[in-house]
Design a protein around this ligand. Structure first.
Ligand code: DX5
Ligand code: ZN
Length: 322
């Protein structure tokens, strides 16, 4: 089955801010899966960083996904700029003093993943009203504002379970991020609590340490943590892992694909390399996200069986010898 792998989202907050392009290049070369962009307005948190214009300038430097973490008082006012700047996901804080739903909807309307974050003292229950609109929950394990603080393990231990519960409605692609104080001492604990995306800032920029080794080490420790985790010891399935579901002639593969996609689950159709049909075209293969394999089987297994029978009839109708 799907082997789990922790994803490392590198925060460049503690990089040389005079040379962010270089920071992005370095963390990507070191193997980071994503870039975590800490946006601060000096109002929601007592610090300022950079804005959408900087993000836009960094966007062409890499193809690695950009996760924006908006620690700002008015996300609704600026969310459009971050969408335009090319962020793949945008997470903001549930503690803001303005309506939250429209901003989540705007992010979705732009086809990006939407997330909400909770400060250490905010309970996960504050996210309940928005659960259906969430792709990402980001649990802060330090007070937002500065890199280099110590990890609050008790905060994560208390929140990780309820946060995963809130994301359960998402058949695939729900992500639990932990942000603050993640390093080689804390990654394993976070992995054991079922976190899948690990924001790592200052640990990557410690003088004298090899950044690539640090990424590998933190990821391996987080993966190790999955083994003791709440998922019956099974690692979480990465959101991008696909698994084969059916092999059918093209016209029948399309029918099954349409049926599954109508429920909101993405299907990938690939030209197979198996048997050649009597019409000279090989069967096609349908792949579904591994995290929803059981669900797809339960709801579309019967259709698959029917189409497989139809395929046999269709092949026979050619009357070909073999
Ligand atoms: C804090 C930021 C974090 C932080 C992570 O407000 O949201 O992303 O930069 O840095 P470390 O890993 O040093 O805690
Ligand atoms: Zn952050």
């Amino acid at each position: 089955m799907g082997e789990g792998r922790a994803r490392i989202s590198a925060s460049i907050l503690d990089a040389d801010l005079g040379n962010l392009g270089n920071a992005v290049r370095r963390v990507v070369a070191a193997g980071a899966d994503r870039i975590h962009l800490d946006i601060m307005d000096g109002h929601f948190v007592p610090n300022m960083t950079f804005g959408a214009k900087t993000v836009r300038a960094l966007r062409p430097r890499t193809r690695v996904p950009f996760d924006a973490h908006l620690m700002i008082s008015e996300p609704s006012r600026y969310v459009g700029e971050f969408i335009e700047a090319g962020c793949d996901s945008i997470t903001f804080h549930v503690e803001v003093d303005e309506p939250i739903e429209p901003t989540l909807q705007a992010i979705h309307a732009a086809g990006r993943a939407a997330g909400l974050s909770v400060k250490p003292k905010t309970p996960v229950s504050a996210l309940e009203p928005y659960a259906e609109l969430l792709d990402i929950i980001l649990i802060m394990t330090v007070e937002p504002g500065f890199g280099g603080q110590s990890f609050m393990g008790d905060v994560l231990a208390e929140k990780a379970g309820p946060a995963r519960e809130l994301l359960r409605h998402k058949l695939y692609g729900g992500e639990l991020h932990v942000d603050g104080g993640v390093n080689r001492e804390t990654a394993e604990i976070a992995g054991a609590l079922g976190v899948d995306t690990f924001v790592v800032g200052s640990a990557l920029f410690l003088p004298g340490r090899d950044m690539a080794r640090e990424v590998r080490l933190i990821r391996a420790l987080a993966d190790e943590g999955f083994q003791y985790g709440p998922n019956d010891g099974a690692p979480p399935i990465p959101r991008d892992k696909l698994t084969p579901f059916a092999t059918l002639p093209k016209h029948l593969a399309h029918q099954l694909m349409d049926e599954i996609e109508a429920t909101g689950i993405p299907v990938m159709m690939l030209r197979g390399d198996g048997q050649i049909n009597p019409d000279g075209v090989r069967d096609y293969e349908l792949l579904v996200p591994a995290s929803v394999e059981a669900h797809v089987l339960e709801h579309h297994g019967a259709t698959r069986e029917r189409l497989l029978r139809e395929a046999a009839t269709w092949r026979a109708s050619f009357g070909a010898a073999g």
